[in-house]
Design a protein around this ligand. Structure first.
Ligand code: NDP
Length: 400
């Protein structure tokens, strides 16, 4: 059906490459490009071994628009799946406009010199994409991504109005390391050390980092201390579902993880500004990334599972209703299938399905859209087929 270019050869890029190759009826030609070509080559070799499919590889610096445009004009993809870093979102979108290529990503734009993310920068491209007749699909991982689609599905099928949304993200896996992040350490640490924020009664309420917390029960896992943090899908969900009175995002953290995080911050290793060291300028958090375990390499001894879902309260036929939809994903199963751990898997599979939605014409709408603005039904169906089956519970105690 179509030619796809994947940019980024980390943990998520590994899963996207494997899953795209598993679906040759949809993805007829595949290229994987990243800053370090040897990583693309290693992934391509593993894809060949597992699926028999040949993936082309290329080197590209995705911070440089002309380099991207040159690559796009050479390979001529119909869609780019951006699983590099959030810093590259705008340059890749610019190159897409210049070369006439559609776009999909899993994380919203974040400037390198400011630990701050929001959609405004990418939403500002809406007119340009619309005029060019190109589709840009934003936030198509698990969270954002599946959590947004779960919400859209609930609003479409189970509620007349959704009022309270709690996205609950639990990673009950054990990778055996004292401290490691499950995706890019720089992005992850920037995200979890910022102030908390949630939506209530038409405005944002800010909290100190990890100020609000309580134990929540997760299916097949049990009780885990869960913390309110700000997460990017809240921004688009409260806009697209204006009946929401409150929207929060909860993530589980172990005490050991939080202690490490506190030390990292206290000793200045989470700093994102440059410091001088032995005559060279370094950014402490980037140096830290270099010495921490590579998230893409955590898979081998990773046990346990993730459980991510949406707990929703609202009205149906004039009566109050509760609803919980979730997926549990096993790190071991993910590793067996793709060579990557569960967090990369739960991000890469939805990115592949989003691309599939585009090529099948289900999600084809010139402009820039968050995933909840598309029809959730065909996507939900594919989640069950491609490795992330979901479970629905009606009229349950949401604990919230
Ligand atoms: P990694 O750090 O493992 O991989 C990032 C890849 O991008 C690396 O291969 C890196 O190259 C490449 N890259 C970085 N800068 C450039 C550049 N300038 N040009 C070309 N390539 C570049 O990250 P992950 O795979 O863990 O995460 C990928 C993305 O997925 C991130 O944006 C992250 O925020 C997002 N994510 C989304 C989630 C969701 O549920 N929505 C959950 C988890 C992650 P090199 O190898 O040379 O460093």
């Amino acid at each position: 059906m179509g030619k796809v270019l994947i940019i980024g050869a980390g943990g998520v890029g590994t899963v996207v490459a494997q899953k795209v190759a598993q679906n040759p009826d949809v993805f007829t030609e595949i290229m994987l490009a990243s800053r370090t070509k040897s990583k693309c080559d290693a992934i391509a070799a593993d894809v060949k071994k597992r699926t028999g499919v040949t993936i082309q590889t290329a080197q590209v610096d995705a911070d440089v628009v002309p380099e991207l445009v040159k690559l796009f004009n050479r390979f001529k993809p119909e869609l780019v799946i951006n699983v590099a870093l959030p810093y590259q979102d705008l340059t890749i979108m610019d190159a897409c406009l210049e070369a006439g290529v559609n776009y999909l990503d899993t994380a919203n734009y974040e400037p390198k010199d400011e630990a701050h993310f929001e959609y405004s920068w990418q939403w500002a491209y809406r007119d340009k994409f619309e005029k060019a007749g190109l589709t840009a699909i934003l936030g198509c991982g698990f969270d954002p991504g599946v959590t947004s689609i779960f919400t859209a599905y609930a609003a479409k099928h189970h509620f007349d109005e959704i009022h309270y949304l709690d996205i609950v993200d639990c990673n009950a896996g054990d990778h055996g390391k004292a401290f490691a992040t499950n995706f890019n350490p720089e992005i992850n640490i920037r995200e979890v050390t910022q102030k908390g924020k949630y939506w209530e009664n038409g405005q944002w309420v800010e909290t100190e980092p990890h100020e609000i917390h309580k134990p929540l029960n997760y299916p097949k896992i049990g009780s885990k201390e869960s913390y309110v943090i700000y997460h990017e899908e809240l921004e688009s969900l409260v806009k697209n579902f204006p009946t929401l009175k409150r929207a929060r995002f909860w993530m589980t953290f172990g005490q050991e993880y939080l202690t490490h995080l506190r030390v990292i911050q206290n000793i200045g290793m989470a700093r994102i500004d440059e410091v001088e060291f032995n005559g060279v300028k370094i950014v402490p958090i980037q140096f830290l990334k270099a010495v921490l375990p590579d998230p893409g390499g955590l898979g081998e001894n990773y046990t346990g599972q993730t459980s991510i879902g949406c707990r929703i309260r609202g009205l149906k036929d004039g009566k109050e209703k509760t609803y919980y939809v979730y997926n549990n994903c096993s790190h071991e199963e993910a590793f067996k299938e793709t060579g990557a751990q569960g967090v990369s898997y739960t991000t890469g599979v939805p990115a592949m399905i989003g691309a599939m939605m585009f090529f099948k014409g289900e999600w084809h709408k010139p402009g820039v859209y968050n995933v909840e603005e598309f029809n959730p039904d065909p996507f939900m169906e594919k989640l069950n087929i491609h490795g992330l089956p979901w479970v629905e519970l009606h009229d349950v105690n949401l604990e919230l």
